[in-house]
Design a protein around this ligand. Structure first.
Ligand SMILES: [Fe+2]
Length: 159
């Protein structure tokens, strides 16, 4: 541990590293969120009512997490990304445009989790090393919840 502590007693360098990665998670989550909104609006077909609601639940939950991630970055003493330009630049999840097929929508969601979960696992490891219990707790809340969602969306696809 260095002796350069930030305001909440974490190593400043490690807090910087954590914030950087949290910003990447934030950016990906924003794209994940907007994609879920698009699916909520645009999907068509006989699964409409079921998935229209599911995607709404998902984007509402994403909004809460987005806010938590951004405010964790501020708590660590740094600035969350907050522009569309930065989000699309930093996000590995890409914009899903004009998705009307429910199966494709669910596949995109699963692909999104495939990006979010490994990022969170990296953050879990990093926050462990930094003794950053706040970030650690956030990640260990998100991960089992999202892993369960992966199971459920996969079951929906029967894949
Ligand atoms: Fe709606």
């Amino acid at each position: 541990m260095g002796n350069n502590l930030n305001q909440i007693g974490l190593d400043a360098g490690q807090a910087g590293e954590l914030s950087e990665k949290l910003n990447v998670l934030l950016a990906n989550y924003q794209l994940f969120y907007m994609n879920a909104r698009g699916f909520h609006w645009n999907i068509r077909g006989h699964k409409f009512f079921e998935l229209h609601l599911k995607f709404e639940e998902l984007y509402n939950d994403s909004l809460i997490k987005i806010d938590e991630i951004a405010e964790r970055i501020l708590t660590l003493g740094l600035t969350p990304l907050h522009t569309y330009t930065d989000y699309s630049r930093a996000s590995k999840i890409k914009e899903a445009k004009n998705v009307t097929d429910p199966i494709q929508g669910v596949r995109e969601i699963l692909r999104g989790y495939g990006v979010l979960l490994p990022l969170e696992r990296e953050l879990l490891e990093l926050s462990n090393k930094a003794n950053d219990e706040g970030t650690n707790a956030l990640m260990s809340d998100y991960m089992p919840e999202q892993e369960k969602s992966v199971w459920m969306y996969s079951a929906f696809l029967n894949e």
